[in-house]
Write a protein that binds this ligand. Structure first.
Ligand code: UT7
Length: 339
């Protein structure tokens, strides 16, 4: 049976850089607090482009880096917490922008684990022969759901998109995938949709639920609880992936974690007793871009020439839902992709 491989990667972040110092001019925060608590130095913020637009730019870069044409793509999955609309899906909008008329398209909602979930879904489609070439994208414009007056949350996130094209080949690519969820923690990291009664004006007096809608659609997070969950979920995911694939941590060249907080990553480095260099980080420059963080990092590593054919890398994510998951990939792309 054919193996499922990553054929190419791409990413796009908005040009506008917002540094911690710039944030400190508009809210009561400072570079020192943000850096010591999170490791974040700056983030990219969209100046008008919506999620579909940045997702399509990342997708086009991945296509440029492959021999696949848009019409060869038969599946597009966008993982996002910040779609353009409730409907259509962001994936359908991306399909139209990039001219992938032969694709089946849909979005998935798994917060910061979204890219791993999308990878898992695409893997199943390709492995069972239903689809041939899948474009999976993690894309977020989180800036539109942040309360820019709430310093405890707005300093943490950024906008961006990362993409990967999956297809089949002879060599082993995706070795192992694992995902999990726990809806009991749903309220720990949350962004509400439109309240149920907001447009039912005639019924509003009869059903006065959600009377106060102020701030209802902003992202909210129990930071300390999420921190505890994050280290537990990452540890368990790494352990499960290694034991189910018969590998040890020494077999893994790089771990590409969800880029949420350097302290979480440092904790994992200590727990696993591994060299700091085994964990790739770029959150210093982009903040937490949720579903986009892992594919942006992966594309950056690919472009920097860090990944060589045969390297085993482990991607691991966690986030709202609660959700978590990871994958071990044997890299099959010949070293160094440009652009
Ligand atoms: O992808 C989703 C995954 N999310 C995460 O992984 C986030 C996990 N959690 C975290 O990373 C940390 O909990 C945070 C970075 C969010 C917060 O760090 P913390 O050490 O848990 O800080 P805290 O929320 O307990 O706040 C400590 C203090 C408070 O002041 P007092 O009450 O001690 O006087 C806050 O008001 O820091 C204050 N504070 C700030 N000060 C300056 C909170 N935000 C800021 C800020 N600037 N931006």
């Amino acid at each position: 049976m054919k193996e499922v491989q990553i054929l190419a990667t791409g990413s796009y972040v908005p040009d506008r850089i917002v540094t911690n110092d710039e944030l400190a001019t508009v809210i009561d925060t400072n570079d020192e607090w943000i850096k010591t608590r999170t490791g974040i130095g700056e983030r990219r913020i969209t100046t008008g482009e919506n999620t579909s637009s940045i997702a399509a730019k990342a997708a086009l870069k991945a296509l440029e880096n492959s021999s696949i044409k848009p019409l060869d793509i038969d599946l597009i999955i966008v993982a996002t917490t910040t779609p353009d609309c409730y409907t259509p899906s962001t994936a359908c909008i991306v399909q139209d922008i990039i001219g992938a008329a032969n694709a089946t398209c849909f979005d998935i909602s798994a917060a910061c684990s979204g890219f791993i979930y999308a990878l898992n879904i695409a893997y199943q489609f390709i492995k069972n022969g239903t689809k041939k070439n899948a474009l999976i994208i993690g894309a977020e414009t989180l800036s539109k759901i942040l309360d820019w007056n709430d310093r405890s949350i707005c300093v943490l996130f950024g906008d961006g998109a990362g993409a990967a094209i999956l297809g089949c080949g002879e060599e082993k690519g995706l070795i192992q995938i694992y995902t999990g969820s726990d809806g009991k923690g749903a309220n720990l990291l949350k962004c509400n949709a439109v309240p149920i009664d907001i447009n039912n004006k005639k019924l509003k007096e009869k059903i006065p639920q959600n009377a106060d809608n102020e701030g209802y659609h902003y992202l909210s997070m129990e930071g300390r609880e999420i921190f505890k969950f994050a280290v537990k979920a990452m540890g368990e995911t790494i352990k499960t992936l290694l034991s189910s694939s018969g590998l040890t941590i020494d077999d893994i060249k790089y771990i590409v974690p969800h880029q949420a907080n350097l302290r979480i990553i440092d904790y994992m480095i200590k727990k696993l007793k591994v060299d700091k260099k085994k964990f790739y980080t770029n959150l210093q420059y982009y903040g937490n871009t949720s579903a986009a963080s892992i594919p942006i990092a992966l594309d950056q590593m690919n472009r920097e020439g860090l990944l060589e054919k045969g390297d085993k890398i482990l991607l691991v994510g966690f986030g709202g839902g609660l959700t978590w998951g990871g994958t071990i990939i044997e890299w099959t792309i010949d070293k160094q992709i440009s652009s």
